[in-house]
Design a protein around this ligand. Structure first.
Ligand SMILES: Cc1cc2nc3c(=O)[nH]c(=O)nc-3n(C[C@H](O)[C@H](O)[C@H](O)COP(=O)(O)OP(=O)(O)OC[C@H]3O[C@@H](n4cnc5c(N)ncnc54)[C@H](O)[C@@H]3O)c2cc1C
Length: 313
């Protein structure tokens, strides 16, 4: 029996071979998952991680794929997708503690806040993906980030599951230190808002969504900001200054609307996207002596390998 059958017999949840991952990412490029697993619950997840460790099979957790580019050669090993599980809200007086599963869409955070009359997650409106992705990426905007609200996360590894306080995750700009563990659930603490605060929160979210519609190419598949902003500057401004807005490669294009977005105009491959990334990185380094670091996570087998394109990741 091969490792895939071994996992399939031990997992209660969904197990499938050769699942195309392009439709599971927002930019819609790349190959297939060698084995795609959606565990039924936390016990099943623990079983999967233990089995994978025993069999020495790599596990990659995919959230909503809104910050992920899968290589055209696919993703070897297990691609793990977490289920959306029950939510909990605990009243703390003038605040509330919300508990969400990592597999829940990130939009559930703002929805739940609205349902309970809470404020403090306005920045999350319009950030696609899952709650797990928000945490792993410490996603956010200038107005706030996940680290401002998360109090604890349930981290899971082959050695078990434990709630960890936010400080253990060493949050930084678009980064959390998870030590190879999977985020299974999170707790966030939010303030109850009076009618005026709730109105301010709703209009801040509307304004942010309008800003995104006006400045981001949301009508085409993309993976958000491709590069991290270097200190004190914007990757989009630097790429635009190099004259690369609108440059195309195959089906991919540096968005004419926002130079830090690469859009899939139809039929793009991961190779097209990484070729444009390499071109932008090279041009900015030549002109400004600034090395742009990718914000998107490149996973799986890239053909040609990203190093061969000159892309530094
Ligand atoms: C149109 C658009 C706009 C965007 N705007 C913003 C923005 O304003 N601010 C911002 O910060 N980002 C933004 N992004 C990027 C993206 O939405 C965020 O990074 C988001 O948090 C990614 O979530 P995800 O679930 O899709 O993560 P994925 O892309 O699936 O995964 C990203 C990383 O997180 C890891 N991960 C995912 N889930 C877990 C888990 N449960 N446990 C451990 N690791 C996990 C993955 O392994 C991977 O390394 C934007 C993207 C798009 C497409």
């Amino acid at each position: 029996m091969g490792w895939k059958d071994d996992i399939a017999t031990r997992i209660r949840g969904e197990v499938r071979w050769g699942v195309p991952l392009a439709p599971k990412t927002s930019v819609r490029v790349g190959g297939a998952a060698e084995l795609f697993v959606r565990p039924a619950d936390l016990d099943d997840l623990l079983g999967l991680l233990r089995t994978a460790r025993e069999l020495e099979v790599p596990v990659h957790v995919l959230g909503g794929g809104a910050n992920t580019i899968v290589g055209d050669g696919g993703l070897p090993g297990v691609t793990l997708k977490l289920p959306e599980e029950r939510e909990r809200a605990t009243d703390l007086g003038n605040r509330m503690l919300l508990e969400l599963s990592a597999g829940a869409p990130s939009a559930r955070l703002t929805q739940l806040a609205r349902e309970h009359g809470l404020v403090g997650v306005e920045w999350a409106a319009g950030i696609p993906g899952t709650v797990g992705g928000l945490t792993a990426m410490n996603a956010g905007t200038w107005a706030g980030e996940m680290k401002d609200r998360l109090t604890e996360a349930l981290l899971v590894g082959a050695d078990g599951a434990a709630w960890r306080p936010a400080r253990d995750l060493a949050f930084a700009y678009r980064h959390a230190e998870l030590g190879g563990r999977i985020v299974s659930r999170v707790r966030v603490e939010l303030e109850k808002g009076d009618p005026e605060a709730l109105q301010r929160s709703a209009s801040a979210q509307e304004k942010d969504l309008a800003r995104r519609r006006a400045t981001q190419p949301l009508h085409l598949p993309n993976s958000g900001s491709v590069f991290r902003n270097p200190p004190g500057d914007h990757a989009g401004r630097l790429i635009e200054a190099c004259g690369l807005k609108g440059t195309a490669e195959g089906g991919a294009q540096v968005s004419p609307a926002h130079a830090n977005f690469i859009v899939n105009r139809g039929g793009a491959s991961a190779r097209d996207v990484t070729t444009l990334m390499a071109r932008a990185q090279h041009a900015v380094q030549e002109r400004f002596r600034i090395l742009l670091a990718p914000e998107v996570r490149l996973v799986g087998l890239f053909t040609p390998p990203t190093e061969a394109l000159g892309l530094k990741v």
